[in-house]
Design a protein around this ligand. Structure first.
Ligand code: NAD
Ligand code: MG
Length: 414
């Protein structure tokens, strides 16, 4: 494999996010397991990652597990996976862990700074970045700065600081491999041609539970309705983002930086079955797609094992059944978040960080029953429009504007 190929496209074009370490060690018994740090191991992606590791026949082992507050499930994971380190980022939650609760050989570390330090340890071969929200940036940045190979679920890292993160990876020899199913599909489809042959990249979106709802009815959406996703089972934040289609906005920005594609080459199509995970159209009109049942274990395994493939635990496409695949353009009137994502991807700078921070705040308020559903996109748009835009922000600028957006949005909701 190509050690220098670490930006965002297929090996053939020299621009894919690619593992820069030496392979995954493939068959059992030939090499030691690759040591994996799983950040956000108690979440939806984290649990799926541990299933992939458990079913990897010794290819992978969990070296570090990290959760925020769910100490019980985290200790249970530690008993099963016997990691070297268990990290609890919330100090109060960590304080509830009694003496003797940890399995032999597992040490406890507390807080985000300790996590950012431990992901850089020489023992770590792969980092799965699956903390939700802006809280994932610090440890992901630390891993990239240490030249690690990062399987990235935490799209917020690229939404907030895409250019800086990709630049840092290029400097350190680190690699970013997408876990997001759309970006995993694009990564795979980009292996079909040369970079200059790409016409456009099309991200699929399920359309969420309210795809067919009228504008008036959208005003009545409750948190329980929004948490009921038709095709994917995910954590609460991304489930709400799927309902507003803000998830697609974040993914457009993620794709912009991960694959270094101009926003004009990025498109969204609604595909309610979530079987086609995204598509690349080439200049000759060929459209290359990646298909599979909606199961995150496949993109997780792809990111962990790249460039190898092996028979893993992900669900298989059933060719014995009749399937219908539908595609329709997104309705930007009812789902204005998609337009916001396009605009932020085109404008770059601090737009993504502000959009993300505002969205995190308003989603919390919506979940708490304090904000009507249509206001989510409206307040995000206001934050992006009103923020003091920086075209080439530093990490400090980004964190400052993240805090600015949260504070502003909170005052608008009072
Ligand atoms: P989740 O809510 O199920 O899990 C979040 C994890 O992050 C938990 O382990 C939690 O303990 C941890 N966490 C929460 N707050 C934290 C904090 N302040 N500091 C440290 N850790 C914290 O979320 P999820 O659905 O697994 O999503 C995780 C990430 O993966 C998100 O960025 C999401 O956008 C992305 N993603 C998820 C899916 C999916 O299918 N779930 C698909 C694509 C991308
Ligand atoms: Mg996705």
């Amino acid at each position: 494999m190509m050690a220098s190929d670490r930006t965002a496209a297929p090996a053939s074009s020299g621009s894919a996010p690619v593992a820069s370490s030496a392979g995954v060690g493939g068959s059992v018994g030939q090499t030691r397991p690759q040591q994996v740090a799983v950040l956000g191991s108690t979440g939806s992606i984290g649990c799926s990652t541990l299933e992939v590791i458990a079913a990897s026949a010794g290819r992978f082992a969990a070296w570090l597990l990290c959760g925020h507050r769910s100490v019980g499930p985290l200790l249970e994971q530690a008993r099963i996976h016997r990691p070297r380190w268990l990290v609890v980022t919330d100090a109060a939650a960590a304080a509830t862990i009694g003496a003797g609760a940890l399995p032999a050989g597992t040490k406890l570390a507390v807080g985000p700074d300790r996590l950012a330090d431990l992901v850089t340890a020489p023992e770590v071969d792969r980092v799965v970045s699956a903390i939700v929200g802006a809280a994932g940036l610090q440890s992901t940045w630390a891993a990239v700065a240490a030249g690690k190979t990062v399987a990235l679920a935490n799209k917020e890292t690229l939404v907030m600081a895409g250019p800086l993160v990709m630049q840092r990876a290029a400097q350190t020899g680190g690699s970013i491999l997408p876990v997001d199913s759309e970006h995993s599909a694009i990564h795979q489809a980009l292996r079909s041609g040369q970079r200059q042959e790409v016409q456009r990249v099309v991200l699929t979106a399920s359309g969420g539970p309210f795809r067919t709802w009228s504008q008036d009815r959208l005003a009545t959406v409750t948190p329980a309705e929004a948490l009921n996703h038709p095709t994917w089972s995910m954590g609460p934040k991304i489930t709400i983002d799927s309902a507003t289609m803000m998830n697609k906005a974040l993914e457009l920005i993620e794709a912009r930086w991960l694959f270094d594609l101009p926003a004009e080459q990025l498109d969204v199509v609604v595909h309610p079955q979530s079987i086609v995970h995204s598509l690349v159209e080439y200049v000759d009109g060929s459209v290359i797609a990646q298909l599979g049942p909606p199961d995150m274990k496949l993109p997780i395994q792809y990111a962990l094992a790249y460039p190898e493939r092996y028979a893993g635990p992900a669900r298989r496409f059933d060719f014995g059944a009749t399937h219908q695949l539908e595609f329709e353009p997104p309705d930007l009137e009812r789902f204005p978040a998609v337009r916001l994502g396009h605009e932020a991807a085109a404008r770059g700078g601090t737009s993504g960080a502000v959009l993300n921070a505002a969205n995190e705040e308003v989603v919390q308020a919506f979940l708490a029953g304090r904000l009507p559903f249509p206001q989510i996109a409206r307040l995000c748009e206001r934050a992006v429009t009103e923020h003091p835009f920086e075209p080439e922000p530093t990490l400090e600028d980004i964190l400052r504007l993240d805090a600015w957006a949260r504070k502003e949005v909170r005052t608008w909701m009072c």
